[in-house]
Design a protein around this ligand. Structure first.
Ligand SMILES: [Ca+2]
Length: 260
């Protein structure tokens, strides 16, 4: 995440003002809970598993276009992956973050993404609002006939114990790994995984689940600073459940799926 002076907002990708700190430059880029893909720490996973989500997503792995666009970028990747088998013509364009937002976003969402005024008070990036936008988009894109079935925000129940959350998240990962007809987009505290204390509230796509190592491959759209990284399942849940991951206490993940 980063070091541009960014009027971060609890409603954007990053949750606080960030400025360059020279001392931080001596720290390694990745902490103990993030292994970048190039290290091949999970090479056996790719030898022994189909990795359906990874192969469907990798061609559409996008960088976020600004500090507010992590959720829009993550959804755009997923939408393209779910539309991959469409009978495209030469004239058909692949969805970009901007075309997704302008075609399927609401006026306040577009303003929150690209406008001059930071989206502090609009609520445009609240998870329940994003859920509505994603639901509308999957329906209009032909991904799901009923958008509400194609895009859901799975909110962790605050009344339940962490052990229940762990079970719920594990079951979601196992089910999601079975096919590229569905994807999980997580709302999480980025620094909990990368080790960078400046990494605030963020959104990314899960590209794979290594059940043997209980590890999650995160396609982080913050590509100016990160490549895909593997993180322990338990750490990813911690990052999702952290109260700082969402200003309204709506912690959880999005489940986007194709329903024909
Ligand atoms: Ca899947």
């Amino acid at each position: 995440m980063k070091k541009m002076p960014h009027l971060a907002t609890v409603l954007g990708c990053w949750s606080f003002l960030v400025f360059s700190v020279n001392a931080a430059l001596a720290e390694p880029k990745y902490g103990k809970d993030a292994d970048p893909l190039w290290k091949k720490t999970h090479s056996q996973y790719f030898k022994n598993n189909e990795a359906p989500d990874f192969w469907a997503l990798v061609g559409y792995y996008l960088p976020q276009v600004n500090g507010r666009a992590c959720s829009a970028t993550s959804f755009t990747m997923v939408a393209n992956a779910l539309r991959r088998a469409n009978p495209y013509t030469r004239e058909d364009a692949i969805l970009t973050v901007e075309s997704f937002a302008r075609k399927y976003g609401t006026e306040d969402y577009i303003e929150a993404l690209f406008g001059k005024i930071p989206p502090i008070a609009s609520g445009a990036f609240a998870n329940k609002n994003l859920e509505k936008i994603f639901q509308s988009a999957v329906e209009k894109l032909g991904i799901a006939k009923l958008g509400a079935e194609g895009a859901k925000f799975i909110q962790l129940d605050a009344q339940k114990e962490k052990v229940d959350w762990a079970k719920q998240f594990h079951e979601a990962l196992v089910a999601n790994e079975k096919s590229a007809d569905d994807f999980i987009i997580i709302n999480f505290l980025q620094g909990r995984l990368t080790g960078d204390p400046e990494g605030g509230a963020h959104v990314a796509v899960i590209a794979a689940y290594d059940a043997k190592k209980k590890s999650v491959l995160v396609f982080d759209p913050d590509r100016e600073y990160y490549e895909p990284y593997w993180s322990p399942e338990e750490a990813v849940l911690d990052a999702i459940a952290d109260p700082k991951a969402d200003s309204k206490g709506q912690v959880g993940w999005f489940h986007i799926k194709s329903i024909k």
